[in-house]
Ligand binder design. Structure first.
Ligand SMILES: Cc1cc2nc3c(=O)[nH]c(=O)nc-3n(C[C@H](O)[C@H](O)[C@H](O)COP(=O)(O)O)c2cc1C
Length: 516
């Protein structure tokens, strides 16, 4: 007899392994930060693993044993390694023997959306996930790329345009008064490449309000393959506004945001909605939250395997991962693991071991795009991908300070060029010179002209400093930099772009933005 639900399957599991501390699915507890332990104890010697194959097909009946509602790590102690392995195997077996209809259960992927299953993806990263870095990740084989978190407030009110030189789509807003004085035309809040990122880009939004989330999502939804809600950023600037990890403590609000997005964005744009969360303090709390989230109509859920207070350098913990994957699977939502995923191979290993659907890489990819290569593909040196990054940056007219920042993650600190690059390199011309990428010199000059860098920088105003160049690291720039450096911050990411050769008349902004 076929199974009716995964919950039923877990009841069977309960019967097979009589004292099982699971409410509806196999519950996982962390006995130690890095140890995954199933809180399962086999007390009925008559029910052996050998009998399980026959029993999984049994109709549901009430368990003939007590199911303890405990997830205490104490359950994990007092067992021999053999018992622990048997319990682990039992659960693995139980999951892998799930009937096809449960395994095949999926929230439908909308026609213009993407399925996260089987994918190794680039994580959302403020500063480190701007367009050049995403193009680099895609070149090395990332299956999907997430954009850096963009806060709804900063997107609402922008104008969408296609940059006539680069063909990139940009969401821009007029500069503040201070920047206007410096002669800049507009700030680019978000930029994407409609060709190279087609069908691969997931836009991440920072929000704490269902209506604002929807208004912002509508501005970009026609140009991306998915919208993701950031419910994991732990920084005070984000949480104090009720965004990021604060949403984990206000599940009603998070659910309302996701429901509003799925209700409107899916039918209007045919793309899916997903959410990125962190672990809560206990498996019970995580389970309760995940159960609610998977019922909102989302197609994907990324779990960053750290709790909110955990520092980035602390090892990710996997103790709740299998349980989260299990709940997602039951609801047909793709589950993506994040946190200390080293490379594609490691991602596949985690997917296999913890029965999750995809893997997301952040810091490892920030340093080295080779992490996305497939088995047997040849790795390149840092010089090679640094060169590629700089080329991508110039192709899309990336902000100089961001290019330097991204490059500084790639160039090993011990290399002599690292210091020179940080100290000099105020224009693309200087940068390619310092890096020894002279073959790109002409391109660098053209980019500097457009971005008004180096000799093209606008003159500083007033105070008798006539003729003095506007340095890229002016007062405002320094302030911006410190804002940017905060993980997850992108509320006001100001980029100066000056249309020199072609007038802004070619913008397709407001009309398209409304149409979108
Ligand atoms: C520079 C940087 C910026 C980040 N920005 C974001 C962000 O915008 N949105 C988000 O959800 N997570 C952000 N994160 C967190 C990562 O997406 C990821 O969850 C975290 O780094 C754990 O993955 P890892 O262990 O592979 O680094 C950022 C991380 C870094 C290092």
């Amino acid at each position: 007899m076929a199974f009716r639900s995964l919950s039923h399957h877990s009841r069977i599991l309960s019967r097979l392994l009589p004292t099982v501390s699971v409410p509806a699915v196999a519950r996982v507890t962390a006995a130690a930060p890095t140890t995954t332990t199933f809180a399962i104890r086999t007390s009925n010697p008559l029910r052996t693993m050998a009998s399980t194959a026959a029993e999984v097909a049994m109709p549901p009946t009430e368990p003939d044993v007590t199911i303890q509602e405990t997830t205490s790590p104490a359950n994990a102690v007092g067992r021999t390694p053999e018992e622990a392995a048997a319990a682990e195997n039992a659960v693995k077996w139980c999951i892998s023997s799930l009937p096809k209809d449960v395994l095949a259960r999926r929230v439908p992927i909308p026609p213009n959306g993407v399925d996260y299953r089987g994918k190794i993806v680039l994580a959302p990263m403020v500063r480190s996930g701007e367009l050049p870095a995403r193009l680099l990740a895609l070149k090395y084989g990332a299956d999907l790329v997430w954009g850096p978190e963009t806060v709804d407030h900063s997107l609402i009110g922008t104008t969408r345009r296609t940059n006539p030189r680069t063909s990139c789509i940009e969401w821009t807003r007029p500069p503040s008064q201070a920047h206007n004085k410096a002669g800049y035309d507009e700030n680019v809040i978000f930029r994407l490449d409609p060709t190279r990122e087609k069908g691969k880009l997931v836009f991440q939004i920072g929000t704490s309000d269902p209506d604002r989330a929807l208004a912002a999502a509508r501005l970009v939804a026609g140009d991306v393959a998915g919208i993701d809600v950031n419910a994991g950023c732990p920084k005070p600037f984000s949480t104090s506004g009720g965004m990021g990890a604060a949403l984990l403590q206000t599940p009603d609000k998070l659910v309302a945001i996701l429901e509003n997005l799925t209700r409107h964005i899916i039918p209007e744009f045919g793309i899916g909605i997903s959410v990125k969360i962190r672990l809560l303090e206990t498996p019970e709390k995580t389970e309760a939250l995940v159960r609610r989230l998977v019922g909102t109509g989302i197609t994907g859920l990324t779990i960053h395997c750290r709790t909110t207070p955990m520092r980035p350098r602390e090892r990710a913990i996997r103790g709740q991962l299998r349980m989260i994957g299990y709940i997602c699977r039951e609801a047909g939502v793709a589950c993506v693991v994040n946190g200390d995923v080293a490379d594609r191979r490691d991602g596949y290993k985690l997917m296999e071991e913890f029965r999750v659907d995809g893997a997301m890489i952040a810091t490892a990819a920030e340093k080295n795009p080779n992490v996305f290569l497939k088995e047997g593909e040849e790795k390149t040196t840092w010089e090679q991908y640094a060169r590629e990054l700089v080329r991508f940056a110039m192709e899309v007219e990336n902000k100089m300070s961001n290019t330097k920042f991204t490059l500084s993650q790639i160039v090993p600190g011990r290399e002599p060029v690292y210091k020179t690059m940080c100290a000099q390199g105020k224009s693309y011309e200087e940068l390619v010179k310092v890096m020894g990428f002279e073959e790109m010199m002409e391109m660098a000059r053209r980019t500097d002209e457009v971005l008004r860098l180096g000799g093209w920088a606008p003159k500083k105003e007033g105070k008798g400093k006539k003729g003095q160049q506007q340095q890229v690291k002016g007062k405002n720039e320094k302030k911006r930099k410190s804002e940017d450096e905060v993980d997850g911050a992108k509320e006001v990411k100001k980029e100066k772009v000056v249309v020199v050769a072609e007038p802004v008349a070619q913008q397709d902004g407001p009309a398209l933005a409304q149409a979108a």
